[in-house]
Design a protein around this ligand. Structure first.
Ligand SMILES: *Cc1c(COP(=O)(O)O)cnc(C)c1O
Length: 389
C-alpha cells in the first residue's frame, strides 16, 4: 500500500545527507568536546561547525547559539531563565493563548509561583493583536513570549511589530521559531527577538536536540547546573552526534529554502483548493494567507477528527487531528478553542503538513480518498444538516 506522510509539523524524517554525516560521525568521532586531547578537539571542531551553521540559519552570531535537548528545553530556559534572572525587576509576563505547551505550561507554572502571567486572546485566525500586547505592558513586565508560527494552524504572528513594542518598553522578547524556521524567513535582527527557540527534528535533523538563540548581553538563569557546558546556560556533556546532525540540517535548510518551499507551497495550495472544492461544509482553519507554506488545517463539520485520522491511516495517509502533542490526551485543541471555533468544529479538525517527500501524486491520492471517507462518516451522523460552518 502507498504510504504518504503528511505530518511534517509533528516531526520530519532525517535528510539523507544528515544520515550520511551522522553515520560517519557515529563511527569515527566520539571524543568529549571538553577534552583537551586530539579526540576532544576533533569533536569540538564538529561542534563549532554545527554552531556556525545554526547561527547562519537565523542570521545570528556563533556565540549567540546555545544547544539544548530540544525545542521544549529551549522554551523552558527562555521562560523560566528570564523570569528567574529578572525577578527583581518585575514579575509580569505576557504570552498568548495559542503558544506551544512548552511555553504555555511553563508560564502557567510561573503563575503558580509568584509571577503574574497575561495570556493574550487571539482573533478567529489565531492571530495576536500587537496593540493588545502594548496595552497589557506594565512597569513590572519582564518578558513577552509570542511564537512566530503556530504548530497547529500555521498562522504567522506579527512578530516584528510585537518585538518593536517590547523594545520600546524595555521588555525582553522571546519567540518560538520551531515551526517557522526553514519555511519562512527567520532572521534575528529582522524579528528583533532577544531569545529564539529552534528544534532540529522539525527541519529534517535528529530528535532530542535544539537551540536557544540568546542575543549578546541578555541574561537568563540556567535550569541545569554541572559542568558549565554551553557557556553555563546548559550544563551536561553535549549531544555531539545530534548537534552535528542538526548543523547539517540547518545548512540544508538554507540551501534548499527557496526551491523546497515553493514546491511544497504549490502542493499545499493544490490540497486546500481540492478539499474546499470537493467537500462541502469544511472550514480552513488559521489565517488564509499569513500561514506556513506547508500547512493545511481543516475542520470537517459532523465528523470526528480522530476518526478521520484513523480512516486516512488505513489508507496509508498520516495526518494529525488537532495537535499531535495533545492528541493522546484527547483534550480539545487549545489553539482552535482560543480562536473561537465552536467545539464541534474543534473536534472535527485535521492537520495536513507537507514536506520534502510529498509529490503531486500524493496530494491527488489524498483528494481521491478523503471526500469518500468524510461522506461515509457523515452518512452515520445524526448532526448532519445542522448548520455549523
Ligand atoms: C515541536 C515544537 C516544540 C517542541 O520541540 P521539541 O524539540 O519536540 O521539544 C516547541 N514549539 C513548537 C512550536 C513546536 O512545534
Amino acid at each position: 500500500m502507498r504510504k504518504i506522510y503528511m505530518d511534517y509539523s509533528a516531526t520530519t524524517p532525517l535528510h539523507p545527507e544528515v544520515i550520511a554525516l551522522m553515520t560517519d560521525v557515529m563511527k569515527n568521532v566520539f571524543g568529549n568536546p571538553s577534552s583537551l586531547h586530539s579526540f576532544g578537539r576533533e569533536a569540538k571542531k564538529y561542534l563549532d561547525e554545527a554552531r556556525q551553521k545554526v547561527a547562519d540559519l537565523i542570521g545570528a552570531k556563533f556565540e549567540e547559539i546555545y544547544f539544548t535537548g530540544g525545542g521544549t528545553e529551549a522554551d523552558n530556559i527562555a521562560v523560566f531563565g528570564t523570569a528567574y534572572a529578572h525577578r527583581k525587576k518585575g514579575k509580569h509576563i505576557i504570552t498568548s493563548a495559542v503558544e506551544h505547551h512548552a511555553v504555555l505550561d511553563s508560564c502557567a507554572k510561573l503563575a503558580k509561583s509568584g509571577f503574574e502571567v497575561t495570556f493574550l486572546p487571539v482573533d478567529q485566525y489565531g492571530m495576536v493583536d500587537p496593540e493588545q500586547v502594548k496595552k497589557e505592558i506594565r512597569s513590572d513586565t519582564i518578558l513577552i513570549s509570542i511564537m512566530h508560527a503556530n504548530n497547529e494552524t500555521g498562522t504567522i504572528q506579527p512578530i516584528e511589530e510585537i518585538s518593536k513594542i517590547a523594545k520600546e518598553h524595555d521588555v525582553f522578547f522571546h519567540t518560538d521559531c520551531v515551526q517557522s524556521v526553514g519555511k519562512i524567513p527567520v532572521n534575528v535582527d529582522k524579528l528583533g527577538a532577544d531569545l529564539i527557540t529552534l528544534s532540529s527534528h522539525k527541519i529534517y535533523g535528529p530528535k532530542g536536540v535544539g537551540a536557544l538563540y540568546k542575543r549578546k548581553g541578555v541574561r537568563v538563569e540556567p535550569l541545569f547546573y554541572g559542568g558549565g557546558q554551553e557557556r553555563k546556560i546548559r550544563s551536561g556533556t553535549e549531544n555531539t552526534l545530534g548537534i552535528i546532525g542538526f548543523g547539517k540540517a540547518a545548512e540544508i535548510a538554507v540551501r534548499e529554502f527557496d526551491i523546497e518551499n515553493t514546491r511544497v507551497k504549490g502542493l499545499r495550495d493544490r490540497l486546500i483548493k481540492g478539499v474546499l472544492e470537493k467537500i462541502p461544509d469544511v472550514r480552513l482553519n488559521g489565517h488564509p494567507e499569513k500561514r506556513l507554506p506547508n500547512n493545511a488545517h481543516f475542520s470537517f463539520a459532523y465528523v470526528e477528527g480522530e476518526s478521520l485520522l484513523l480512516s486516512l491511516d488505513m489508507k496509508g495517509i498520516a495526518v494529525s487531528s488537532g495537535s499531535a502533542c495533545s492528541s493522546s490526551s484527547l483534550q480539545p485543541s487549545h489553539v482552535l478553542t482560543a480562536s473561537g471555533l465552536p467545539q464541534e468544529l474543534v473536534h472535527g479538525s485535521v492537520r495536513f503538513t507537507l514536506g520534502r517527500e510529498n509529490t503531486e501524486e500524493d496530494v491527488d491520492y489524498v483528494l481521491s480518498v478523503l471526500p469518500g471517507i468524510v461522506e461515509r462518516f457523515r452518512s452515520f451522523s445524526p448532526l448532519v444538516g445542522r448548520k455549523t460552518v
